[in-house]
Design a protein around this ligand. Structure first.
Ligand code: GRF
Length: 207
């Protein structure tokens, strides 16, 4: 692996993290980046063991009981050891503090399991199930100071025909996430989104 240094933040299972690590080893991200480490905000996150099994440095930086600002400082300190160029959120369920956004201006990326224009919140697949949608979207976007408000980099459609329960919808959506996230990161590392990165870095996020 070579190129830009990417740190991944997770909260649980880590299937997106795993897909990105595989893509960096021998997929679309190969020779474009190095995964310098994985941080979980819960010490018991299953994804930490998965990362270790893949040979990636990983550590728990617990967020329990800490406010957003204090936890942001902990993350900034932990991340600085790895000197990442980009911080990639992969199922990270904490709000990103403004200090952290400022520490990596335009350099924090997230995947959201819905169209960010239609639904902002923690459970996009549960929302799609409740709304009885026949299709939904997954969205890769830059992180700015808002919640799910940063510029969209790429969206992918997920057909929900024959998928009704949250579990069925999540299975469909995750399969799409695992492909789209790495593909979008490859485009980002190739410079395709430099204009949007510059906008967020200048404090002019949004669409
Ligand atoms: C994904 O659906 C992601 O979009 C959402 O949380 C889920 C995390 O799954 N924010 P995993 O931990 O990557 O398996």
């Amino acid at each position: 692996m070579s190129g830009a240094r990417i740190a991944l933040l997770i909260s649980g299972r880590g299937s997106n993290m795993e897909a990105i690590v595989h893509a960096a080893k021998d997929g679309v991200l190969r020779d474009r980046c190095t995964i310098c480490g994985v941080i979980a905000n819960r010490a018991d996150a299953a994804g930490l063991a998965r990362a270790r099994a893949l040979g990636v440095e990983s550590r728990g930086v617990p967020s329990e009981g800490l406010d957003t600002r204090t936890y942001g400082q902990r993350l900034i300190a932990a991340l600085s050891d790895w000197r990442p160029d980009y911080v990639v959120l992969a199922g990270f369920m904490r709000i990103i503090s403004s200090d952290l956004v400022a520490a990596y201006p335009g350099r924090i990326v997230n995947i959201h399991p819905a169209d960010t224009a239609s639904y902002q919140g923690p459970d996009g697949y549960g929302w799609a199930a409740k709304q009885r949608l026949t299709e939904t979207f997954v969205t890769v976007h830059l992180v700015d100071e808002g919640i799910d408000t940063g510029p969209v980099l790429r969206q992918a459609r997920v057909s929900l025909k024959g998928a009704e329960t949250r579990a069925q919808i999540a299975r469909r959506g995750l399969a799409v996430e695992h492909v789209v996230y790495s593909a979008c990161l490859a485009e980002l590392l190739d410079g395709r989104y430099d204009d949007r990165i510059a906008r967020v870095a200048a404090g002019q996020g949004g669409e």
